[in-house]
Write a protein that binds this ligand. Structure first.
Ligand SMILES: Nc1ncnc2c1ncn2[C@@H]1O[C@H](COP(=O)(O)OP(=O)(O)O)[C@@H](O)[C@H]1O
Ligand SMILES: [Mg+2]
Length: 297
């Protein structure tokens, strides 16, 4: 199975949201990493046939090697997809379970499969206890988990998740993340996020988006490697922190356990910031912060 996006362009009036965006996806987890407004949701809405591109095509290739335009496939394509949009609408009077039954019928699941899977997905997102409660009484995090549950219902071969951990506490984020990596085998999974830790350890490939185009693409470790020799650790007296921040991109400040008068800075810089600065192993987050600089700091 393959999904191929070819030269996707999308304008909202005169605002160019996607600019000849092309990418080829095979089974595995891909991250769509980029700041707000970079075009992640637009891309996902086009990929799930919820929004029409101005130009470009999305081709789906099945395991027999036959390629088709997804617009031509219509329902046959949509039933292969689990989609968690960035903003989900729910009927507040439905219970979580009834909502999932409703989704199961939209997805064309037979009754036996739904009977089996609905309790499974509710358990996976830790909503079994409130399965019969009205969604109107749910917190934002609970609704977010229900949105994830409806996406994975029916075991779709393509899973498109738009900021799946937004509004979740760290423990729930980890639980969703682990669940995604468990079920990802044989699936194409695309996760949009601006939270590096969501995808750093599970994505086979990170597609870094900037203003509707691909700024970079590669495995998390390969992207992090670009920063080798540019991530520094410097210990300075506490009163020098603001001066260092004026001249350097400081991405972390910590206090050493034994010395309250000094701080340890993590600095991204093309040159050695101080004579006693040491280089440290770069992470994907260093790369992301360096790429987007002041846009997100
Ligand atoms: N429905 C819309 N109408 C007009 N402009 C939009 C709409 N949706 C998105 N945009 C614009 O398109 C660009 C990309 O947005 P979006 O795809 O939501 O990015 P992301 O998901 O990365 O935050 C932004 O400039 C945004 O303001
Ligand atoms: Mg978005």
């Amino acid at each position: 199975m393959e999904l191929s996006l070819q030269n996707i362009t999308k304008f909202y009036f005169k605002n160019l949201a996607l600019d000849r965006f092309s990418v080829h996806l095979t089974p595995g987890i891909y991250a769509l990493l980029g700041p707000n407004g970079s075009g992640k949701s637009t891309l996902m809405n086009i990929l799930t046939d919820n929004l029409k591109a101005d130009s470009g095509t999305v081709m789906y290739t099945n395991d027999a090697g036959i390629s088709e335009n997804i617009l031509k496939m219509g329902e046959r394509f949509r039933e292969k997809i689990g989609f968690m949009p960035q903003y989900s609408g729910f009927y507040p009077n439905f219970s979580a379970e009834r909502f999932l039954w409703y989704i199961a019928s939209l997805k064309g699941l037979d009754k036996n499969t739904a009977t089996l899977q609905i309790p499974e997905v509710l358990a996976a997102v830790e909503l079994s206890d409130v399965a019969n409660h009205r969604i109107g009484t749910f917190s934002g995090g609970m609704k977010q988990r229900l949105a994830f549950a409806q996406a994975i219902l029916g075991d779709p071969e393509i899973l498109i998740l738009d900021e799946p951990t937004a509004g979740l506490d760290p423990r729930q984020s980890v639980s969703i993340r682990n669940y995604i990596s468990e079920i990802a085998l044989d699936k194409i999974v695309l996760i949009a996020t601006h939270v590096v830790s969501d995808i750093e350890y599970i994505a086979k490939e990170v597609i870094v988006m900037k203003k509707g185009t691909i700024a970079a693409k590669g495995s998390p470790s390969l992207l992090a490697k670009n920063m080798e020799g540019m991530v520094w650790q410097v210990t300075v007296p506490s009163e020098e922190v603001s001066e260092m921040q004026m001249f350097y991109r400081v991405t972390n400040i910590s206090v050493p356990p034994t010395d309250a008068n000094h701080v340890i800075l993590r600095i991204l810089s093309g040159h050695k910031p101080t004579s006693d600065a040491k280089t440290i192993v770069p992470t994907l987050e260093d790369y992301y912060l360096y790429t987007f600089g002041t846009e997100i700091l």
